[in-house]
Write a protein that binds this ligand. Structure first.
Ligand SMILES: Cc1ncc(COP(=O)(O)O)c(C=O)c1O
Length: 393
């Protein structure tokens, strides 16, 4: 059970608390009185009700991203959506006899993208990993320089999960589409807070998740643009659900939770974002009083809730474990004691030492000003203590 005073939660980019309104909606899908039935059961009212709840959720998700419900496929999260987009497209094109075998991505993508790309490399594809600008942004010029006629897919996230920097995926997608290739974007960290509006974009495929926006974990979606007639084969077989792209019973309570979370985001995303930006400013201003502090990522193009910060002259790996009143992350791929520096921070040019002495602070809907004040005090005191220890040793 939680202790009386838990540290301030600043790890919203990893997972968010579920909004109570989402919990209520989900609860109504579990019991005998609610939509508990298999949504694919065609022969009784229980199944029809569950199917209706699933379709309402699909519409809520489509609405937020400016898509048609017909363009949304449910998955278990952005990881699966990324895999389905990248591997499913490659396999479908190959089956059609398409000879193109090259993918463009970046060095700072989520592992779900990088490892899917590595699998393609093992199968004989070539993958180009663009190096981002120092602020974590991938530019149109970089994409243009690297493009060739063998490219069938460009996969670049809208917002980077460590830095929060936002690339102009609509411009990148427009160019890619003009060249006759498909553009996939991972919007796990950006949907609802940064322009998605897929109807007016040449993005062919987009991964969505629920857990970053106060919805439940274990559910996500893939947007597939109808107008692009994207060839795709599923990776999970059986049952033919989700247009044959994702076998398995759709988890009604999960997708209803995601739908509700997206509906709330549609209504409140703008005011949430403004509040989050003000809290992020408060955090940044408090931390900027610490000597040797460095903020990473774009000053102007970023999601409202993520702040990446590094401290010079510090025993890096001890930083995160020494914080007593702040729960955040290192932005590293691994959180064990022999901390590997984050590949994202290294890719934007940080030294190993600075990358190790970094924190990813991420806030969200339920963060308060008082909590930011507490976290700033904790980080200031911890950095000062670790520096004093370093001098003594
Ligand atoms: C950019 C990005 N993509 C994908 C994921 C994985 O999402 P999920 O847990 O929904 O599979 C995350 C989660 O941290 C993420 O930040």
């Amino acid at each position: 059970m939680p202790s009386l005073k838990r540290p301030v939660y600043l790890d919203y980019a990893a997972a968010t608390p579920t909004d109570p309104r989402v919990i209520t909606a989900m609860q109504q899908c579990l019991s005998i009185e609610g939509c508990f039935a298999n949504p694919h059961a065609k022969d009784h009212v229980y199944g029809w009700e569950a199917a209706e709840a699933v379709e309402t959720a699909r519409s809520q998700i489509a609405e937020l991203v400016g898509a048609s419900p017909l363009e949304i496929i449910f998955t278990s999260g952005a990881t699966e959506s990324n895999n389905l987009a990248i591997l499913g497209l490659a396999r479908a094109l190959r089956q059609r006899g398409d000879k193109r075998r090259r993918v463009i991505t970046s060095k700072i993508e989520h592992k779900a993208v990088l490892e899917a790309c590595e699998l393609l490399e093992e199968q004989g594809y070539s993958v180009t990993y663009l190096k981002p600008r120092e602020d974590g942004i991938i530019t149109l010029e970089q994409l243009k320089e690297s493009f060739s006629s063998e490219v069938f897919l460009v996969t670049l996230a809208q917002a980077n999960s460590v830095l929060g920097s936002v690339s102009d995926v609509h411009a990148l997608a427009a160019f890619t589409h003009q060249q006759g290739a498909y553009f996939h974007t991972d919007t796990a960290q950006s949907a609802g807070y940064v322009r998605t509006d897929f109807a007016n974009s040449q993005i062919s495929l987009a991964s969505l998740t629920s857990e970053k926006v106060c919805g439940p974990k274990g559910v996500g979606a893939l947007y597939i643009k109808r107008a692009h007639e994207v060839p795709l084969v599923g990776l999970i077989f059986g049952g033919g659900q989700e247009k044959g792209l994702r076998g398995g019973t759709v988890a009604t309570h999960q997708v209803v939770g995601m739908g509700k979370a997206f509906e709330i985001l549609q209504q409140e995303g703008r005011s949430d974002a403004l509040r989050m930006l003000a809290l992020r400013r408060q955090l940044r201003s408090g931390l900027s009083e610490i000597a040797g502090v460095q903020f990473n990522g774009s000053l102007t193009d970023h999601v409202p809730g993520i702040l990446s910060v590094s401290f010079a002259d510090l025993e890096g790996p001890r930083l995160i474990t020494s914080l007593s009143d702040t729960a955040c992350s290192t932005g590293s791929a691994c959180s064990s004691a022999d901390l590997k520096p984050s590949y994202v921070l290294k890719a934007i040019g940080l030294s190993d030492a600075l990358a190790r002495a970094s924190l990813r602070l991420s806030l969200g809907r339920f963060t308060t000003e008082d909590e930011i004040t507490r976290a700033v005090t904790d980080i200031q005191q911890t950095v000062a203590r670790l520096r004093a220890d370093k001098i003594r040793s």
